[in-house]
Design a protein around this ligand. Structure first.
Ligand code: NAD
Ligand code: DAU
Length: 362
């Protein structure tokens, strides 16, 4: 066994931020397995191109033979599992890929990890870790006065995405209890920051505002999410990997509950400030209400007391500093935006929003 780790989904939003953070912090080798779906972008990793500590493997986590071969060849000390289909709206339109990757893929990876761990020495087995990266959406939805989700909140997933992630969490839990695979599970709130594909709320609103397109708000816009800057999530995962107790679950959140309308208005005000010459200032004039997401969860909030108390993690960015950094990153990376908003992306925008607009008007 070497000192490196294996990451799945490291060409996606959080995975690529994690790989960059890991390499820049000099933490050793990363073998990065990614199927390069629509949500991925190898360009996110351009700054570490040629770095001998980053090994990219183009492959699917559902491919048992590939996963076994990759583990045997690189002999990592840990797996950090990010790979997933991650967008709720896409899961509503086409749940199949979510069940395939999030459930079958996680199952395949857990089995491959089990077989690999059996080849290790006792000392190596003791040190091995499998970090399963999951979401707060598995807990369902909160009312306005409900306490935030803790690690003991019962699972109540409401979307096909959340159900598939809940199933994968249960597989991880069972592989720990039954096979003693050293699994740790993290359940995190909404992330934002550099390299997020503009199908998710924050980058979609920024990229639409920059080109004067309508800023679509689902329903009344009063749904609440708990926002965390992506680098803070990556740092929390490192803490869980290095110091977490196997078999445990850790909730990760930013303690930044905001309604969607507040988030969109914050983006608009920051753009007004940073781009006073824009023909679209004031950007809030672009806000447009559209038909709601079916089964839309009303509120998420994370109680991150356990990871703070036991592992000493806390977020470093406030919502204000994180949002400013994020908008500045998108303003400085026009080429990146162009590279991810081609024909396939426009097709998605048409598919998701044309129907909503017609329904909102009708
Ligand atoms: P993303 O959609 O941006 O990236 C997912 C990556 O996984 C892509 O690079 C994609 O190519 C890869 N992938 C998909 N299917 C694959 C397969 N079958 N085999 C190999 N690679 C595959 O997702 P993200 O937002 O970076 O989320 C990463 C993880 O974190 C997911 O497990 C998600 O559930 C979880 N999470 C996300 C958030 C959030 O706010 N984005 C919050 C909490 C947890
Ligand atoms: O809570 C963690 C989850 O956060 C992750 O597990 C998911 O992978 C991630 O996609 C995210 O899920 P959400 O559904 O909360 O994120 P999204 O950015 O799609 O939407 C955020 C909120 O904004 C949600 O209430 C829906 C709303 N929304 C979204 C879009 C894309 C709009 O009002 N308009 C939009 O155009």
């Amino acid at each position: 066994m070497n000192t490196g780790i294996l990451v799945t989904g490291g060409a996606g939003f959080i995975g690529s931020n994690f790989v960059l953070h890991w390499i820049l912090a000099g933490k050793g080798r990363v073998v990065n397995v990614d199927a390069l779906t629509y949500a991925s972008n190898l360009g996110n990793l351009a700054s570490i191109e040629g770095d001998p500590d980053h090994v990219f493997v183009h492959g699917n986590i559902c491919d048992a033979e590939l996963m076994a071969r990759t583990l045997a060849e690189h002999r990592p000390r840990a797996i950090v599992h990010f790979a997933a289909e991650s967008h709720v709206d896409r899961s509503i339109m086409g749940p199949d890929a979510f069940l395939k990757t999030n459930i079958d893929g996680t199952f395949t990876l857990l089995q491959a990890a089990r077989a690999y761990v059996a080849t290790l020495t006792e000392e190596e087995r003791e040190a091995f870790r499998f970090v399963h990266v999951s979401t707060d959406e598995v807990y369902g939805t909160l009312g306005p006065g409900d306490p935030a989700f803790s690690e003991t909140t019962p699972y109540a997933p409401n979307s096909p995405y959340a159900a598939s992630k809940a199933a994968s969490d249960f597989l991880g839990r069972a592989w720990f209890h039954t096979y003693k695979l050293p699994v740790l599970i993290t359940n995190c709130s909404n992330n934002y920051g550099p390299y997020q594909f503009p199908e998710k709320l924050i980058p979609l609103i920024i990229t639409h505002a920059l080109t004067g397109k309508p800023l679509p708000i689902y329903g009344d816009g009063l749904q609440i999410r708990d926002w965390l800057f992506v680098t803070d999530h990556c740092k929390a995962i490192v803490e869980v990997l290095e110091k977490g107790v196997v078999g445990e679950t850790y909730n990760i959140g930013g303690n930044n509950q905001r309604s969607n309308l507040e988030v969109v208005k914050t983006i608009c005000s920051l753009l007004d400030e940073l781009m006073p010459e824009s023909p679209y200032t004031p950007h809030a004039q672009l806000i447009t209400y559209v038909k709601d997401r079916p089964g839309h969860d009303r509120r998420y909030a994370i109680d991150a007391t356990k990871i703070g108390r036991e592992l000493g993690w806390k977020p470093e960015e406030s919502f204000e500093t994180g949002m400013r950094k994020t908008i500045q990153w998108y303003l400085s990376n026009a080429e990146w935006i162009e590279s991810v908003t081609g024909a396939a992306y426009q097709e998605w925008v048409t598919k998701n929003y044309t129907d909503r607009k017609q329904k909102a008007e009708g």
